[in-house]
Design a protein around this ligand. Structure first.
Ligand code: GLU
Length: 505
């Protein structure tokens, strides 16, 4: 077992947008595969046609492309274990269903939905299992001939797994340790349906993991209850030697910590729970995505990686390469991880600081263009440099920094009342004359000259600078004043000063 090449898979069902918990599952699989020089397979589990949602598969692929989670093989990537879409593997599953039937590990059941409903009404807590299967219409109670006749007549049937009761089934989970469940609580799960000639999730999942030589199944906690069933299936097939190791990841919890994170929490508190924006094809409802909300993919990766795992020290900023090096499945927590979306914002802030000014300028450019601003790239870079410390999202740049590109159209009333004093017009006129005379308009030179002038005329620095800022920015915000005026240049600075003097009087 240990000499097998590590192979893991991410196997979503295309039932809609990929929940952020699913993204974390894929990320952990990716980190594990890379760390062990193994393969990561992308399999689509689409055997439940009722739940199929068009566009979901494309959405999932686009999400991982954005996040830089790379697959080695699978749907859209190819590989020698294909096809990787379960709906294209019907013949394979049929073969394995027949194996179980031949071995007496499964049986054919003809009970109609009405018959099953009636049973449920008659017997409290009815479960189709060793205690009831003898009372049902199946290949255990009907003769071989009757079964053949029913099938020949075209009657629909399912194949059920024959679970032997009273057995402690042990699942050795890499995160949870030994989980023991008694087989009596399991029902004879449907493995195959003649109606659509497709297996159910349980059979397809096991057969594929086996055929695709998967060594580790890393998946969400919600699948833990089916793990004993999966162990029993491996046994029924005689595949125990190559049964993958299981790891069931902790749930993602609401930010408050009580209960599972849901889309509604995102709507309620204003954060996305999907990687990309998603438009439900049926209802037309649009759900926000991390990408469209302005998160950087690196930040999302770092944020998600630490939901349920940490490197054992307080290092929080970890690149993908560091994560690959440090990730340790056995150190994942058993208990759920609170989805602290404010931490997600913090990560985005951190990754914005790490990004180059040139990259940020490129991200900011579309917004500038949409606002009719056509500034040279080096100018945009300079603004980014001056402002990035103050933002957590590139989108916040416009609100914070538009005054670099467009002169204030009005002056914040409250600020004007407080900061435009009786002498302000006079002082700003003198200041304008002073600045006009400068041949060196660098921030340092302006500052030296202006401070000198303030001292000589016994003016108050705060009063002068507040009025100056109001005139140039239109409000009491922004970085160092002379960095702003150096950026604007003499002409623009003077124009803004004169306009303020005229308007504010
Ligand atoms: N198809 C399952 C899902 O939608 C995958 C479960 C597993 O990883 O085994 O999550």
């Amino acid at each position: 077992m240990s000499d097998r090449k590590v192979r893991v898979r991410f196997a979503p069902s295309p039932t809609g947008a990929l929940h952020i918990g699913g993204v974390r599952t894929a990320l952990y699989n990716y980190l594990f595969a890379r760390q062990h020089g193994g393969d990561l397979v992308f399999r689509i589990e689409d055997t439940d046609s009722n739940r199929f949602v068009p566009g979901a598969e494309e959405y999932i692929l686009e999400s991982f492309k954005w996040l830089n989670i790379e697959f080695d093989e699978g749907v859209s990537f190819g590989g020698k274990y294909g096809p990787y879409r379960q709906s294209e593997r019907r013949d394979i599953y049929k073969k394995y269903v027949d194996v179980l039937l031949e071995r007496g590990k499964a049986y054919i059941a003809f009970d109609t939905p009405e018959e099953l409903d009636k049973k449920r009404a008659d017997i409290a807590n009815f479960q189709y299992d060793a205690s009831t299967r003898e009372q049902m219409r199946n290949s255990l109670t009907l003769s071989k001939q009757e079964v053949e006749e029913l099938i020949a007549k075209g009657e629909q049937y399912v194949v059920r797994f024959k679970i032997e009761p009273h057995e402690d089934v042990c699942v050795n989970d890499l995160i949870r340790g030994e989980v023991i469940i008694n087989s009596s609580i399991l029902d004879d799960k449907v493995l195959y349906k003649s109606a659509d000639q497709l297996p159910t999730y349980h059979l397809a999942n096991i057969v594929d993991d086996h055929l695709m030589e998967i060594t580790h199944v890393i998946r969400g906690e919600e699948w833990l209850p089916s793990a004993p069933l999966h162990v029993l299936l491996y046994r029924a097939f005689d595949w125990e030697d190559t049964m993958p190791s299981f790891a069931h990841l902790p749930l993602l919890l609401k930010p408050e910590g009580n209960g599972k994170l849901s889309k509604r929490d995102g709507d309620r508190l204003g954060f996305p729970v999907f990687p990309l924006e998603w438009k439900d094809p049926k209802t037309g409802d649009v759900s926000s995505g991390f990408r469209e909300s302005g998160y950087l993919p690196e930040a999302v990766i770092n944020f998600l990686a630490l939901l349920g795992w940490n490197p054992g020290n307080d290092q929080e900023l970890l690149s993908m390469d560091e994560l690959i090096q440090l990730f340790d499945l056995s150190k994942c927590s058993k208990s759920g991880a609170k989805f602290d979306f404010k931490k997600g914002i913090w990560f985005n802030h951190q990754y914005i600081q790490k990004k180059s000014n040139a990259d940020l300028a490129k991200l900011f450019e579309p917004k500038l263009i949409s606002q009719g601003v056509n500034a040279p790239l080096d100018k945009v870079e300079r603004v980014v440099e001056l402002m990035k410390e103050r933002i957590s999202f590139v989108d916040e740049l416009w609100e914070a920094a538009s005054f670099f590109f467009v002169a204030p159209e009005s002056f914040d009333e409250k600020t004007a009342k407080k900061r435009w004093k009786e002498d302000s017009a006079k002082e700003m006129t003198e200041l304008a004359t002073l600045l006009e005379g400068l041949s060196d308009f660098s921030a340092a030179n302006q500052e030296a000259v202006v401070m000198d002038w303030i001292t000589q005329h016994d003016l108050k620095v705060g009063v002068v600078m507040n009025a100056f800022r109001l005139a140039v920015v239109g409000a009491s915000k922004g970085p160092h004043m002379f960095d702003i005026t150096e950026f604007l240049g003499k002409e623009e600075t003077l124009q803004r000063l004169y306009k303020a003097i005229e308007v504010l009087g």
